[in-house]
Design a protein around this ligand. Structure first.
Ligand code: HMG
Ligand code: MG
Length: 302
């Protein structure tokens, strides 16, 4: 399979990145981060989630953040919606895409969204229908496609099963997520191939956390299958509150640097992306969790 010549990136920093931050991040900072990402050329941004504020307090300002964004033509703004209640609230804010999120492991499904995989699909089905009827695109995130914090290794058959259910209810594309960042390239390829039994190459997306430092290798392994949609998080922010110990997504800076170095287009201006990462890093009081960002920031100091 030849490598793709272009990759579409979704920056999930404002959502996956910030959801796990203990210190409150004001809506104005989240809005500014989204603005900086779109200025850097990101054309897909996962902005927030319409989940229970008791479960994820950091996302309680979802509507305020969505309302504050000055939208740029050609940019797709997505939000997470676990159920109809979340979808109805999200609808008021006019997202371009909603994301239902399930898991390939039963235990994670229960811990994250308080229901079984089968129940989650029952909850998602009306959300998907309502979104499509409103002209909103629908993505399905699939957590724990290689490993689960509670069940250990996850078999590719579990991924195929979930992908099949997502397809049946009308989900248009899926994220193959390594939630705990424990995956290695061949395992990730198997998980991808399982998703590809139900979705074509244009409709699967890699979402790799970098806990064990494997995410760039896993990205390359997915590219070698022809996958050309990836999620990453500016400054390597984040983690999932229900996947203890898991760190952030692979940093968008590292992915962009690798892809550009391979001659693969992303449409992203790396320097402006570094600025976006530095902005949120300054706010949080720490360096970006990205080797590329650190190297370039050091070089700028001369
Ligand atoms: P539940 O307690 O089973 O829900 O939670 P419920 O329907 O029984 O309702 C209980 C209460 O929650 C009620 O309030 C509802 O109004 C409220 P009360 O009467 O007690 O005051 N509620 C809501 N409030 C706001 N928005 C809503 C909503 N729904 C119910 N949408 C629920 C079920 C799904 C809501 C809960 O488990 C939840 O919010 N979970 C979210 C967990 C989460 O956000 N995890 C992180 C995102 S997933 C992730 O990071 C992984 C990903 O990045 C991919 C990867 O890396 O793997 C995507
Ligand atoms: Mg994630």
């Amino acid at each position: 399979m030849p490598l793709p010549f272009r990759v579409q990136l979704i920056d999930v920093g404002p959502r996956d990145g910030l959801q796990n931050e203990k210190q409150p991040v004001p809506a104005a900072v989240k809005i500014e981060l989204v603005h900086r990402l779109q200025t850097a050329g990101l054309t897909e941004i996962e902005v927030t989630s319409f989940v229970s504020p008791k479960w994820v307090p950091q996302m309680a300002d979802n509507a305020q953040v969505m309302a504050g964004i000055q939208r740029q033509a050609g940019v797709r703004y997505s939000v997470l919606t676990p159920n109809l209640q979340g979808f109805e609230a999200a609808l008021q804010t006019q997202p371009d895409e909603i994301v239902v999120f399930g898991a390939a492991s039963e235990a994670f499904s229960r811990k994250n969204i308080n229901c079984s995989i089968a129940e989650s699909i029952e909850r998602f089905a009306p959300v998907v229908q309502a979104a499509l009827a409103s002209g909103i695109a629908v993505r399905g995130a699939m957590s724990c496609t290689v490993g689960c914090p509670y069940e250990g290794d996850v078999a590719p058959e579990r991924v195929a099963y979930l992908a099949g259910l997502m397809k049946q209810i009308g989900v248009q594309r899926v994220d193959v997520a390594d939630t705990i960042g424990a995956g290695t390239p061949l395992k990730v390829q198997k998980a991808m191939e399982a998703a590809l039994l139900h979705f074509d190459l244009d409709h699967v997306c890699g979402h790799f956390h970098d806990t064990y430092g494997q995410a760039l290798s896993n990205t390359l392994a997915a590219l070698q299958l022809g996958v050309w949609n990836f999620q990453a998080s500016v400054a390597g922010l984040g983690g999932c509150p229900y996947a203890k110990g898991a760190t952030g997504n692979v940093s968008t800076e590292d992915v962009v640097y690798m892809l550009h170095g391979m001659g693969i287009e992303t449409g992203v201006d790396l320097d402006k992306l570094i600025d976006a990462g530095a902005y949120i890093g300054d706010f949080l009081g720490r360096q970006p969790n990205s080797n590329v960002a650190k190297a370039i920031l050091n070089k700028r100091l001369g």
